[in-house]
Structures are given as C-alpha cells and as structure tokens.
Ligand binder design. Structure first.
Ligand code: S3P
Length: 192
C-alpha cells in the first residue's frame, strides 16, 4: 500500500459512486447515508468548501486544469489521515464517497479509488442523462452552452471505458429510483 495513505479498506469500507453528470451519484449517496446512518462525502462539495467557491466559479476563475488538480488534492486528503481530515468518519464501519463525473479521468484519482474503495458505477443511458441534465446543465461548466445530447455522447465516448475499468460493480440505473439503487448497492456490499 502507498505509505501516503494510512487507511486500508479493512479499517473503514468506503463505497464510492461514479458515473456521468446527472447519473444520480449525489442523490444515491444521500439515500445510502440515510439508510446506513453513515458519513457521506460529496467530492464536489468538499472541493467547494476547500476553495470557498462553487464548482462553476472555480472553472470560470481558474480553469479546468486547476479544478482537476484540486480534485486530486482533496481526494488524497480524504485518504491521507482519517483522524485529522475526516473526524466524522472516526469509528465508522462504512462511509460513502460520491465522485464528480470527471474524477476518474485523472489517472491518479482512478488509482486512489481503485485501491481504497469499493466502486459502483451508476450507468445510465444517454436518454436518461439528457433528461436528468436538461434543467441543470447550465450549472455544469463542461456542458453549458453546448448541444446537450451531442456533448453527452462526446464525453461518454471518452469516459465509458474509464468508468467500467474502475468499477467493482456496475449498476444499470435506468428506470430505478434512487432508493432502489441504494438498496442494490447495500445488497451487493453485504450491508442489506
Ligand atoms: C464534472 C462533473 C461535475 C463537477 C464538474 C466536472 C465532469 O460533478 O465535478 O462540473 O467533468 O463530469 P457531477 O458529476 O456531480 O455533476
């Protein structure tokens, strides 16, 4: 194990949620937090807290490269020292980590997630993603002002294999509610 990371999977099981923007990572994370009464870290929110700005503001002020570096740094911090950086996770058996849609595209982030978490890829069809994103794409810097469907297809072509490669389990989410997805994750993880 990389000595930078003192936490092993055995100490606290981290269930990480990946998938494209609009796939329901944050909402499923909240469901799991409720059902398991366990800590939840939303990576985008953790980045916003560190920077004191929203994700769109970080992209606008500092660019995507800076956002990706910050994303990696915050992710490293989550696994560096449980006691110092995540006091709320102290003593917990399980915790949830919802990722950003592009987190795994940084190879160092993908390596951390593969080594330290049980990863679930929330796989949604282009139709479902387009529907889920139609009212909120203005809040996603990589989608804003673009033809939504075309842009989803373009990014998915780059990302799908990366999501699949990092996943311990893939859940086809079309037609499922967030609670149903959370239940499936609990069952597969042996927490149901
Ligand atoms: C991004 C997804 C966003 C956020 C940022 C970049 C991406 O998170 O991290 O806008 O590259 O797919 P969500 O997947 O939670 O929307």
């Amino acid at each position: 194990m990389n000595p930078l990371f003192s936490t092993s999977k055995a100490a606290v099981m981290t269930i990480s949620l990946s998938g494209f923007m609009g796939s329901g990572k944050s909402s499923v994370g909240k469901e799991l937090q409720k059902l398991l009464s366990c800590p939840l870290t939303d990576l985008d929110e953790a980045i916003e807290q560190r920077e004191g700005k929203s994700v769109p503001e970080i992209f606008a002020d500092c660019g995507e490269e800076y956002f990706r570096k910050t994303e990696l740094s915050v992710l490293e911090g989550i696994f560096r020292s449980e006691a110092e950086e995540n006091p709320e996770a102290d003593g917990a058996q399980v915790r949830i980590l919802s990722l950003g849609g592009g987190t795994l595209m940084t190879p160092e982030c993908a390596a951390i997630i593969k080594e330290h978490t049980l990863n679930f890829y929330l796989k949604a069809s282009i139709d479902t993603l387009a529907e889920n994103l139609k009212d909120i794409s203005g809040n996603r810097p990589l989608l804003k002002g673009k033809d939504l469907r075309g842009r989803i297809e373009e990014l998915m072509a780059e990302r799908e294999s990366v999501y699949e490669a990092a996943a311990d389990h893939t859940i086809a989410t079309d037609g499922l509610g967030y609670g149903e997805i959370a239940s499936k994750i609990m069952e597969i993880s042996g927490l149901g």
